[in-house]
Ligand binder design. Sequence first.
Ligand code: URA
Ligand code: SF4
Length: 268
Amino acid sequence: MDESASQEEPLDTPADGRDTDDRERDGRDDEQDVIEQMHALEAEVRRCQRCRLARTRTHAVPGEGDYRAVVMFVGEGPGYEEDRQGRPFVGRSGQFLTETLARLGIRREEVYITNVVKCRPPENRDPQPDELEACADYLERQVALINPRIIVTLGRFSMRRWFPNGTITKIHGQVRNIGRGRVAMAMFHPAAALRNPRWREAFEKDMQKLPPLIERARKANAAARRGEALPAGVPHPGDPDYEPAGQAGHPAEMPTENDESASATSAQ
Ligand code: URA
Ligand code: SF4
Protein backbone atom coordinates (compact mmCIF):
# COMPACT_ATOMS: atom_id res chain seq x y z
CA MET A 1 0.00 0.00 0.00
CA ASP A 2 1.77 3.11 -1.19
CA GLU A 3 0.06 6.24 0.02
CA SER A 4 2.96 8.50 -0.81
CA ALA A 5 1.78 9.51 -4.26
CA SER A 6 -0.67 12.19 -3.19
CA GLN A 7 0.49 15.75 -3.64
CA GLU A 8 -2.60 17.11 -1.91
CA GLU A 9 -2.38 19.03 1.28
CA PRO A 10 -3.52 16.16 3.39
CA LEU A 11 -6.23 17.44 5.67
CA ASP A 12 -7.77 19.49 2.88
CA THR A 13 -8.42 16.48 0.74
CA PRO A 14 -12.18 16.07 0.36
CA ALA A 15 -13.59 12.57 0.52
CA ASP A 16 -14.54 12.61 -3.15
CA GLY A 17 -10.92 13.28 -4.04
CA ARG A 18 -9.76 10.20 -2.22
CA ASP A 19 -9.22 6.75 -3.58
CA THR A 20 -12.37 4.90 -4.44
CA ASP A 21 -11.61 2.23 -1.87
CA ASP A 22 -11.58 4.88 0.82
CA ARG A 23 -14.82 4.97 2.66
CA GLU A 24 -16.89 8.06 3.03
CA ARG A 25 -18.34 8.29 6.45
CA ASP A 26 -21.72 9.68 5.62
CA GLY A 27 -23.83 6.55 5.80
CA ARG A 28 -24.94 4.45 8.72
CA ASP A 29 -24.46 1.35 6.59
CA ASP A 30 -20.80 2.17 6.11
CA GLU A 31 -20.39 2.74 9.81
CA GLN A 32 -22.06 -0.55 10.63
CA ASP A 33 -19.82 -2.24 8.11
CA VAL A 34 -16.68 -0.83 9.75
CA ILE A 35 -17.85 -1.98 13.19
CA GLU A 36 -18.45 -5.50 11.92
CA GLN A 37 -15.16 -5.69 10.08
CA MET A 38 -13.26 -4.34 13.09
CA HIS A 39 -14.91 -6.91 15.34
CA ALA A 40 -13.99 -9.67 12.90
CA LEU A 41 -10.42 -8.39 12.74
CA GLU A 42 -10.14 -8.28 16.54
CA ALA A 43 -11.42 -11.85 16.78
CA GLU A 44 -8.88 -12.92 14.16
CA VAL A 45 -6.04 -11.29 16.12
CA ARG A 46 -7.14 -12.94 19.36
CA ARG A 47 -6.79 -16.40 17.84
CA CYS A 48 -3.84 -15.60 15.54
CA GLN A 49 -0.98 -18.11 15.32
CA ARG A 50 1.00 -16.42 12.56
CA CYS A 51 4.20 -15.95 14.55
CA ARG A 52 6.03 -17.36 17.56
CA LEU A 53 4.64 -14.67 19.89
CA ALA A 54 1.35 -16.63 19.89
CA ARG A 55 3.03 -19.31 22.00
CA THR A 56 4.04 -17.08 24.89
CA ARG A 57 1.20 -14.57 25.04
CA THR A 58 -1.61 -14.67 27.60
CA HIS A 59 -3.92 -12.42 25.57
CA ALA A 60 -3.42 -10.90 22.16
CA VAL A 61 -4.06 -7.15 22.18
CA PRO A 62 -5.78 -6.03 18.96
CA GLY A 63 -6.31 -2.41 20.02
CA GLU A 64 -9.17 -0.32 21.33
CA GLY A 65 -10.94 2.98 20.96
CA ASP A 66 -13.34 4.76 18.65
CA TYR A 67 -13.58 3.18 15.20
CA ARG A 68 -14.41 6.66 13.86
CA ALA A 69 -11.36 8.23 15.52
CA VAL A 70 -9.50 10.91 13.59
CA VAL A 71 -6.29 10.00 15.41
CA MET A 72 -4.64 6.60 15.79
CA PHE A 73 -1.76 5.91 18.18
CA VAL A 74 0.56 3.06 17.25
CA GLY A 75 2.87 1.72 19.96
CA GLU A 76 5.38 -1.08 19.96
CA GLY A 77 3.77 -4.14 21.53
CA PRO A 78 1.92 -5.22 24.64
CA GLY A 79 3.82 -5.28 27.93
CA TYR A 80 3.08 -7.35 31.02
CA GLU A 81 -0.14 -5.60 32.02
CA GLU A 82 -1.45 -5.37 28.45
CA ASP A 83 -0.84 -9.10 27.96
CA ARG A 84 -2.68 -9.81 31.20
CA GLN A 85 -5.70 -7.67 30.30
CA GLY A 86 -5.78 -7.94 26.50
CA ARG A 87 -5.91 -4.14 26.25
CA PRO A 88 -3.32 -1.69 24.88
CA PHE A 89 -1.46 0.84 27.02
CA VAL A 90 -2.96 0.01 30.39
CA GLY A 91 0.31 -0.34 32.36
CA ARG A 92 2.58 2.40 33.63
CA SER A 93 3.32 3.99 30.25
CA GLY A 94 -0.31 3.67 29.24
CA GLN A 95 -1.36 5.53 32.35
CA PHE A 96 1.09 8.28 31.48
CA LEU A 97 -0.19 8.41 27.89
CA THR A 98 -3.82 8.55 29.07
CA GLU A 99 -3.03 11.31 31.59
CA THR A 100 -1.09 13.35 29.03
CA LEU A 101 -4.03 13.15 26.64
CA ALA A 102 -6.49 14.07 29.39
CA ARG A 103 -4.49 17.19 30.28
CA LEU A 104 -5.00 18.29 26.68
CA GLY A 105 -8.71 17.60 26.80
CA ILE A 106 -8.45 14.42 24.73
CA ARG A 107 -10.29 11.40 26.11
CA ARG A 108 -8.70 8.03 25.56
CA GLU A 109 -12.06 6.69 24.33
CA GLU A 110 -12.18 9.14 21.43
CA VAL A 111 -8.90 7.99 19.85
CA TYR A 112 -7.84 4.55 18.63
CA ILE A 113 -4.82 2.87 20.24
CA THR A 114 -2.93 -0.14 18.94
CA ASN A 115 0.57 -1.56 18.44
CA VAL A 116 2.78 -2.84 15.62
CA VAL A 117 2.80 -6.31 17.17
CA LYS A 118 -0.36 -7.48 18.87
CA CYS A 119 1.24 -10.05 21.20
CA ARG A 120 3.75 -9.45 23.97
CA PRO A 121 7.37 -10.23 23.17
CA PRO A 122 8.70 -12.32 26.09
CA GLU A 123 10.50 -10.25 28.75
CA ASN A 124 9.54 -7.16 26.72
CA ARG A 125 12.33 -7.83 24.21
CA ASP A 126 12.25 -5.98 20.88
CA PRO A 127 9.86 -7.41 18.29
CA GLN A 128 11.86 -9.28 15.64
CA PRO A 129 11.67 -8.49 11.91
CA ASP A 130 9.70 -11.62 11.05
CA GLU A 131 7.21 -10.93 13.86
CA LEU A 132 6.70 -7.35 12.62
CA GLU A 133 6.23 -8.69 9.13
CA ALA A 134 3.75 -11.36 10.23
CA CYS A 135 1.66 -8.83 12.14
CA ALA A 136 1.82 -5.89 9.68
CA ASP A 137 -1.33 -6.89 7.84
CA TYR A 138 -3.52 -6.32 10.91
CA LEU A 139 -2.26 -2.78 11.34
CA GLU A 140 -2.72 -2.06 7.64
CA ARG A 141 -6.31 -3.25 7.82
CA GLN A 142 -6.96 -1.22 10.98
CA VAL A 143 -5.67 1.90 9.23
CA ALA A 144 -7.81 1.18 6.16
CA LEU A 145 -10.97 0.58 8.22
CA ILE A 146 -10.63 3.39 10.74
CA ASN A 147 -9.19 5.70 8.12
CA PRO A 148 -7.62 8.11 10.63
CA ARG A 149 -6.53 11.57 9.52
CA ILE A 150 -3.64 11.55 11.98
CA ILE A 151 -1.30 8.67 12.88
CA VAL A 152 0.94 9.12 15.92
CA THR A 153 3.78 6.65 16.24
CA LEU A 154 5.07 5.90 19.74
CA GLY A 155 8.56 4.46 19.76
CA ARG A 156 10.94 3.40 17.06
CA PHE A 157 9.23 0.28 15.70
CA SER A 158 6.04 2.06 14.72
CA MET A 159 8.07 5.08 13.59
CA ARG A 160 9.85 2.87 11.04
CA ARG A 161 6.59 1.91 9.34
CA TRP A 162 5.97 5.49 8.27
CA PHE A 163 9.43 7.04 8.63
CA PRO A 164 11.79 4.26 7.49
CA ASN A 165 14.85 6.49 7.59
CA GLY A 166 13.83 8.64 10.51
CA THR A 167 15.78 9.13 13.70
CA ILE A 168 13.41 9.83 16.57
CA THR A 169 15.60 12.51 18.16
CA LYS A 170 15.51 14.42 14.84
CA ILE A 171 12.00 13.89 13.54
CA HIS A 172 9.81 13.73 16.65
CA GLY A 173 7.01 16.26 16.56
CA GLN A 174 7.19 16.82 12.80
CA VAL A 175 3.88 16.49 11.03
CA ARG A 176 4.32 14.80 7.64
CA ASN A 177 1.92 14.22 4.82
CA ILE A 178 1.68 10.49 4.14
CA GLY A 179 -0.95 10.79 1.41
CA ARG A 180 -4.66 10.01 1.20
CA GLY A 181 -5.54 12.92 3.40
CA ARG A 182 -3.42 11.64 6.27
CA VAL A 183 -0.56 13.02 8.31
CA ALA A 184 1.83 11.14 10.58
CA MET A 185 3.80 12.39 13.57
CA ALA A 186 6.52 10.40 15.32
CA MET A 187 6.76 10.77 19.07
CA PHE A 188 8.94 9.35 21.82
CA HIS A 189 7.53 6.28 23.48
CA PRO A 190 5.84 7.15 26.79
CA ALA A 191 8.12 4.62 28.53
CA ALA A 192 11.13 6.54 27.20
CA ALA A 193 9.52 9.79 28.34
CA LEU A 194 9.13 8.35 31.83
CA ARG A 195 12.83 7.41 31.93
CA ASN A 196 14.33 10.65 30.72
CA PRO A 197 13.23 14.21 31.60
CA ARG A 198 14.37 15.63 28.23
CA TRP A 199 12.34 13.08 26.31
CA ARG A 200 9.43 13.67 28.62
CA GLU A 201 9.54 17.37 27.87
CA ALA A 202 9.63 16.61 24.12
CA PHE A 203 6.79 14.09 24.49
CA GLU A 204 4.56 16.59 26.26
CA LYS A 205 5.44 19.40 23.86
CA ASP A 206 4.78 17.22 20.79
CA MET A 207 1.45 16.12 22.25
CA GLN A 208 0.36 19.76 22.41
CA LYS A 209 0.25 19.74 18.62
CA LEU A 210 -2.61 17.28 18.67
CA PRO A 211 -5.65 19.32 19.76
CA PRO A 212 -5.42 21.81 16.86
CA LEU A 213 -4.64 18.98 14.43
CA ILE A 214 -7.66 17.04 15.64
CA GLU A 215 -9.89 20.07 15.36
CA ARG A 216 -8.74 20.66 11.84
CA ALA A 217 -9.18 17.00 10.92
CA ARG A 218 -12.76 17.05 12.25
CA LYS A 219 -13.51 20.18 10.24
CA ALA A 220 -12.01 18.58 7.16
CA ASN A 221 -14.16 15.47 7.65
CA ALA A 222 -17.30 17.53 8.25
CA ALA A 223 -16.59 19.62 5.13
CA ALA A 224 -15.88 16.46 3.13
CA ARG A 225 -19.19 14.95 4.27
CA ARG A 226 -20.95 18.02 2.96
CA GLY A 227 -18.94 17.75 -0.25
CA GLU A 228 -17.19 21.05 0.45
CA ALA A 229 -13.60 22.16 0.49
CA LEU A 230 -12.12 23.07 3.86
CA PRO A 231 -13.31 26.47 5.12
CA ALA A 232 -10.84 29.28 4.57
CA GLY A 233 -8.73 30.51 7.45
CA VAL A 234 -8.18 27.16 9.09
CA PRO A 235 -4.51 26.99 10.05
CA HIS A 236 -2.21 24.55 8.37
CA PRO A 237 -1.43 21.36 10.30
CA GLY A 238 1.77 21.25 12.22
CA ASP A 239 3.16 24.62 11.17
CA PRO A 240 6.05 25.30 10.97
CA ASP A 241 7.37 21.73 10.78
CA TYR A 242 4.89 20.54 8.20
CA GLU A 243 6.51 19.06 5.10
CA PRO A 244 4.45 18.63 1.97
CA ALA A 245 4.54 15.27 0.19
CA GLY A 246 7.25 14.65 -2.35
CA GLN A 247 10.08 16.33 -0.48
CA ALA A 248 13.33 14.65 0.38
CA GLY A 249 12.92 12.06 3.07
CA HIS A 250 9.22 11.73 2.46
CA PRO A 251 8.14 8.41 3.91
CA ALA A 252 6.56 5.62 1.99
CA GLU A 253 3.37 4.45 3.61
CA MET A 254 3.59 1.12 5.37
CA PRO A 255 6.74 -0.48 4.03
CA THR A 256 6.27 -4.16 4.66
CA GLU A 257 9.83 -4.91 5.62
CA ASN A 258 11.56 -3.72 8.69
CA ASP A 259 14.09 -1.25 7.32
CA GLU A 260 17.47 -2.02 8.79
CA SER A 261 18.89 1.24 7.48
CA ALA A 262 16.73 3.11 9.96
CA SER A 263 19.03 4.39 12.63
CA ALA A 264 18.72 2.52 15.84
CA THR A 265 18.35 4.67 18.88
CA SER A 266 18.03 3.82 22.48
CA ALA A 267 15.58 6.69 22.76
CA GLN A 268 12.89 4.48 21.21
N1 URA B 1 4.00 -0.21 25.34
C1 URA B 1 3.58 -0.32 24.07
O1 URA B 1 4.32 -0.05 23.14
N2 URA B 1 2.36 -0.72 23.85
C2 URA B 1 1.49 -1.02 24.81
O2 URA B 1 0.36 -1.37 24.52
C3 URA B 1 1.93 -0.89 26.14
C4 URA B 1 3.19 -0.49 26.39
FE1 SF4 C 1 -0.39 -13.00 15.17
FE2 SF4 C 1 0.66 -10.58 15.46
FE3 SF4 C 1 0.27 -12.11 17.59
FE4 SF4 C 1 2.18 -12.74 15.85
S1 SF4 C 1 2.11 -10.90 17.14
S2 SF4 C 1 0.69 -14.15 16.75
S3 SF4 C 1 1.23 -12.11 13.92
S4 SF4 C 1 -1.31 -11.27 16.28
